[in-house]
Design a protein around this ligand. Structure first.
Ligand code: NAD
Length: 295
């Protein structure tokens, strides 16, 4: 690495040394193997890219086979794809076994796949079939991911597990009950698992993102605001952020995931890292609550 720098004849030696050191220290996941569910698009895909750029090999596990394969191809030889429906325990078990048999270990498990579902907004009319469907992916899928990652991480004696929750799990009224309940439950699941997994050297944490206009969010918003195009919907989402001069993007969540997955967070476990620019700290919110979404 230093040799390459010294061979260059247009940049000073001192600069190259510093930049080489920077490059080296930026590889926070050198040699690590990660499995990310829901990584065909959005937050999962951005995190896969970030992990690979930091030296990891990443298994992309997603229910969208065509898009998942395209994503793996786009991300290069350090990415591979496995078809996986997180609501099926056998699919999760298979994805974990695939990672171990192909790469020899599993260092990072990111339980990120999640959905929302259209249901009547009031608790009185709650559609319990929709509730079961959301819970089967957003909660049961996470529990299955933790279970099977732990199965291989406990004998290894180390590992980092991440789960995607949401600001809708921190505050009520930001989304429909099904989604909010599922995301607050994810934090409870994480805490429960953290209490046991610490004795095996395994860390587990959550990330709770602010709203980001990824495909599933845009799809949801289209139902409530049919006259608004995708760009307008994305703007509506960003306009509800409270941190002046910034918007919440998939890379912000990928950065949080990189921190939690890496040794930078070697003593952090049982934590819910809220990435919301301060949104959930403010008393008077302008964000439309779930009942207001109803046309
Ligand atoms: P996205 O639509 O870009 O990605 C979701 C991915 O999950 C898709 O690739 C989809 O195919 C996959 N998926 C859905 N059901 C699956 C299943 N049963 N098995 C395997 N994969 C499945 O959306 P995103 O915003 O990147 O969502 C990622 C996570 O972030 C979700 O858990 C979501 O709830 C959470 N989240 C998103 C936001 C946001 O505003 N975008 C905010 C907070 C939390």
């Amino acid at each position: 690495m230093f040799k390459i720098g010294l061979r260059s004849n247009c940049i000073s030696r001192a600069f190259l040394t510093k930049s080489s050191i920077r490059k080296f220290s930026a590889s926070k996941l050198e040699g690590k193997i990660a499995l990310i569910t829901g990584a065909a698009s959005g937050i999962g895909k951005e995190t896969a890219k970030k992990f690979i750029n930091n030296g990891a090999k990443v298994v992309i596990a997603d229910i969208q086979t065509k898009l998942g394969k395209e994503t793996a191809t786009e991300l290069g030889t350090h990415a591979s794809f496995i078809s996986c429906d997180v609501s099926k325990e056998s699919d999760i078990a298979h994805a974990v076994d695939y990672a171990v048999s192909n790469y020899g270990q599993l260092d990072i498990m990111f339980n990120n796949a999640g959905i929302a579902c259209h249901t009547p907004p009031t608790i009185v009319d709650l559609d319990l079939a929709a509730f079961d469907r959301v819970m089967s992916i957003n909660v049961r899928g996470v529990v299955a991911g933790i279970k099977h990652a732990s199965r291989v991480m406990i004998p290894q004696g180390h590992g980092s597990i991440l789960c995607t929750s949401s600001i809708t799990g921190v505050l009520g009224g930001l989304a429909q009950h099904t989604y909010s309940i599922s995301k607050s439950t994810v934090v409870g699941v994480m805490k429960s698992a953290a209490a046991e997994l610490c004795r095996y050297g395994i860390r587990i944490n959550c990330i709770s993102p602010f709203a980001i206009p990824t495909p599933f969010v845009i799809e949801e918003m289209r139902v409530y605001f049919p006259g608004v195009d995708d760009q307008g919907l994305a703007k509506m989402i960003h306009d509800n952020g409270v941190l002046r001069g910034a918007i919440c993007e998939p890379e912000d969540i990928a950065n949080a995931a990189l921190y939690l997955a890496s040794d930078d967070a070697k003593y952090v476990s049982g934590h819910n890292l809220v990435v919301d620019g301060g949104f959930t700290s403010i008393k008077n919110l302008s964000f439309p609550v779930s009942n207001e979404f109803e046309s």
